[in-house]
Design a protein around this ligand. Structure first.
Ligand code: MN
Length: 236
């Protein structure tokens, strides 16, 4: 067998550490749920009626992943760079059209994540009916902690989630306030995609999103999952 011959070195596998395991979690895709807490949907001017609406998604490339604790430069092209604190679900099994009752078995673990957002660019795209990529899917925009294996945790239906900027609390909520819970998201998302091991799902942010500037330090916490941190550096 001949070895594949590439013009240059292929992109590396993007991965996250796993608590209690020397092996890392190789990341395949990063799905993000939009507007999954009522109070955040309202602050964005787009309230959600679960009885008539479905969840919606956008993706970030695996190459946008940054490990908690990093310093990232203030990104290009924005004057309104926002934090969004989120529970991340790490998928460990393949599944398509997964029933809610079978969703638990799909979950390898959890993490705390920051869905960093160029809000000005996202809102321009939203108003003009354009894709959200410039606002959401940009370099170093998907911040994530180590993966905490789900074994022993079960499905996280409740627990405090909060975020601070320079020590001042900006977001504080509870996972029980998710509009579509973890099982419902896995069931719905798997109607549209063949979920695979390595997929991450950012489950949405609670209210209190806001802007950060160079020099700010973001910290966040999710009960039973852990703590995340990000420092904002100077613009490139
Ligand atoms: Mn988000």
């Amino acid at each position: 067998m001949s070895q594949a011959n590439y013009l240059w070195n292929p992109a590396p596998v993007h991965s996250l550490p796993v608590r209690g395991n020397e092996a890392r979690f190789p990341v395949k895709r990063i799905f993000c749920v939009g507007r999954n807490y009522h109070a955040h949907a309202v602050e964005m001017g787009r309230p959600v009626d679960k009885s008539t609406m479905s969840p919606f998604y956008f993706l970030k490339d695996a190459s946008t992943l940054v490990e908690s604790g990093a310093t990232v430069p203030y990104p290009a092209g924005t004057a309104n760079y926002h934090y969004e604190m989120e529970l991340v679900v790490a998928i460990g099994k393949a599944g398509f059209r997964v029933a809610e009752a079978d969703a638990d078995a799909m979950i390898y673990g959890y993490a705390a994540g920051l869905d960093m957002t160029r809000r000005d660019l996202q809102l321009v795209a939203r108003e003009q009916g354009r894709p959200w990529d410039l606002g959401k899917n940009f370099e170093k925009s998907a911040v994530c902690t180590e993966i905490i294996p789900a074994a022993g945790l079960g499905v996280l239906d409740q627990g405090a989630i909060n975020l601070q900027v320079n020590g001042e609390t900006k977001q504080t909520a509870d996972l029980s306030l998710l509009i579509w819970n973890i099982r419902e998201i896995i069931a719905d998302l798997s109607k549209f995609y063949h979920l695979e091991p390595g997929d991450l799902i950012y489950t949405g942010t609670p209210e209190g999103v806001g802007a950060v500037k160079a020099g700010d330090r973001i910290t966040g916490h999710i009960d039973r999952v852990g703590d995340i941190a990000l420092t904002i550096g100077q613009p490139e």
